[in-house]
Design a protein around this ligand. Structure first.
Ligand SMILES: *Cc1c(COP(=O)(O)O)cnc(C)c1O
Length: 377
């Protein structure tokens, strides 16, 4: 597509939405179309197939089901649709996004075994195993692949194996890893993964999806219907019979998503992973220069988010740092950890090492303006 006029490029170091290309932004500018027309049905069909391919899913076994909404909608859909009557969901919870799934189950009165672990590390797998072996009423296990709140990468393959060994299905919130880290859904023992257009694919906000096991979706036909708009089977059935979302899709967002997928394949899974790893290394190099430290051990980070401990001397002001950078086109984000002042640097979108280096030039200015001499000690 021909780009008409370049749009000001902002460097988003927040945990999504991510920095997008102009070609994705402009992909939304299309002639008005009724989404019930065949032309749009074909686009939907193409997008659904591509979304399965991103995680190397076998199209005989897995399908993509889309919903209009931000990432949380697909967490909601999976939690409320996949627990059979009288059964429980177990949340392997070491951070804010797993906690959100536990909260969703509470809102729907779904019995939940909320296995809480410290947010600074990976879950204790022995505890998970024991819990699943003991409580035979657990039918669904869910966790977050990459805790965007901290940057911890969870061992989903091992948790998925334990879930399967105990006869449970396994849901992995891959919202912040999908199209960023290479994922093979079947090898990772995942029955349902999920994402949202504004994260790794660097599309526009407003559509989210699961890539899930067809057999399990079909089984869920007889499970309690706890939501009208957010029922997985209903949406899947409509896609299969009519080829569309049950209700009005976010038309222009879908065009942008199609373009974002195209650009994903053009860059390539491995090249993207290497680019974001370089950005992540540049973040660690920049932090070392300033004299700041990451809260989470580098070995368990997913290469996508770094949580940084703020200086504790009373001089540090997150908003001064934020505003200095924001006025110059760089957005940073506060932390999401209890009882510790932190902030986060995330590299989910179309960023380069150079962008990160440019950010640290500004960050150093801001620290000096706060009265620090660098490096901090
Ligand atoms: C972004 C994100 C979500 C969804 O958040 P929204 O604000 O609803 O888009 C859920 N889980 C993870 C791991 C995320 O990174």
């Amino acid at each position: 597509m021909e780009v008409v006029k370049p749009v000001k490029r902002n460097i988003l170091l927040n945990p999504g939405p991510a920095t997008t290309t102009d070609s994705v932004k402009y992909a939304q500018v299309v002639p008005d179309i009724c989404p019930r027309e065949q032309e749009f049905v074909e686009i939907m069909d193409e997008v659904r197939q591509e979304l399965v391919k991103v995680v190397h899913g076998d199209s005989q076994k897995y399908t993509a089901v889309l919903f209009t909404g931000s990432g949380t909608i697909i967490q909601d859909v999976l939690v409320n649709s996949l627990v059979p009557d009288g059964k429980k969901i177990c949340i392997v919870n070491n951070g804010a996004y797993s906690a959100r799934m536990a909260e969703i189950s509470e809102y729907y009165n779904i019995p939940c075994v909320n296995l809480k672990f410290p947010s600074t590390g990976v879950p204790d797998l022995n505890v998970v195993k024991e819990t699943l072996e003991k409580d035979r009423d657990i039918a669904v296990v869910a966790t977050t692949h990459h805790e965007t709140g901290t940057g911890v990468l969870n061992p989903v393959r091992e948790i998925g194996k334990m879930a399967h060994d105990s006869g449970c299905i396994f849901i992995a919130d891959t919202i912040s890893t999908y199209a960023l880290l290479p994922i093979n859904i079947e090898e990772e023992n995942i029955d349902f993964c999920m994402s949202s257009a504004q994260k790794g694919l660097a599309g526009m906000t407003g559509v989210s999806w699961t890539v899930g096991k067809i057999r399990e979706i079909e089984k869920s036909k007889d499970y309690p219907k706890r939501s009208y708009y957010c029922n997985l089977y209903m949406q899947y059935d409509f896609f299969e019979r009519v080829g569309e979302m049950h209700f009005t899709p976010p038309v222009q967002t879908i065009y942008a998503l199609r373009q974002a997928i195209k650009e994903y394949w053009e860059e390539g899974e491995q090249v993207r992973y290497e680019r974001l790893t370089k950005c992540w290394e540049a973040i660690h190099n920049g932090l070392a220069e300033v004299g700041l430290e990451s809260v989470i051990d580098k070995e368990i980070q997913g290469h996508l988010v770094v949580t940084i401990k703020a200086p504790e001397d009373g001089k540090f002001d997150f908003f001064k740092l934020h505003d200095h950078c924001f006025e110059r086109g760089f957005t940073i984000y506060p932390g999401k950890m209890f009882g510790l002042e932190t902030f986060r640097l995330c590299n989910l979108g179309w960023l380069t090492e150079q962008d990160i280096e440019d950010f640290f030039v500004l960050a150093k200015e801001a620290f000096r303006e706060m009265g620090y001499s660098l490096p901090l000690r």
